[in-house]
Design a protein. Structure first.
Length: 196
């Protein structure tokens, strides 16, 4: 029985074998989350990010900035509504203040704005066309099924948009349409992460 160890004892042994965390790791564990919290507060209009960043010393400020940037970059999304546009603008402005290489960042922002513009203009047209196509297709399938079941009496009015199969098919098509934009968006977000 003395050979059996509790899960806690085994975990403690593994932790000891890993060694003590370095000062650098300890600082990261402390300051990255602080930066993340600051960015979240900033996006909710609860603080001025740059004023808060100035409260940190030269050693911790880069780590706080790194944590804040991760949250800000993560919050850049397709401009599906006015709120998303507002968050994009606010995130991009803050990132610009935190980065040193403004020219490289502006190049990525130009590509991002092109994606946003295309999503809002041509993408909106694509989404409307897809909506109508899905609606027409699902309505035809429902009518066909009703005629097979009820015969000539199947001339009832159908609220296609309320049908679960319409909602499911529409969601699938919209996800497919958005995926091309999301792929580019993720690529540009990764690019932003690498800029100093």
């Amino acid at each position: 029985m003395s050979e059996m160890k509790s899960a806690f004892e085994r975990a403690m042994e593994r932790a000891e074998s890993l060694g003590k965390a370095s000062d650098e790791e300890m600082k990261k564990w402390k300051y990255l989350p602080e930066g993340e919290k600051l960015a979240a507060k900033y996006l909710q209009d609860e603080c001025d990010l740059l004023i808060e960043m100035d409260k940190y010393d030269d050693v911790s400020r880069p780590l706080v900035a790194e944590g804040a940037q991760a949250i800000l970059i993560n919050n850049i999304d397709l401009p599906r509504n006015e709120q998303a546009k507002k968050i994009n603008k606010k995130s991009m402005e803050a990132i610009k203040e935190l980065k040193r290489d403004k020219a490289s960042l502006e190049n990525v922002y130009t590509k991002l704005r092109r994606v946003f513009s295309h999503y809002e203009q041509e993408g909106e047209q694509q989404r409307r066309q897809a909506y109508e196509a899905v609606k027409s297709d699902v309505e035809a399938k429902i009518r066909q099924a009703m005629q097979q079941q009820m015969g000539a009496q199947a001339n009832m009015k159908i609220n296609v948009e309320a049908q679960p199969q319409f909602q499911q098919e529409l969601r699938r098509v919209m996800i497919q349409l958005d995926s091309q934009y999301l792929t580019l968006l993720e690529e540009y977000k990764q690019e932003i992460m690498t800029i100093s």
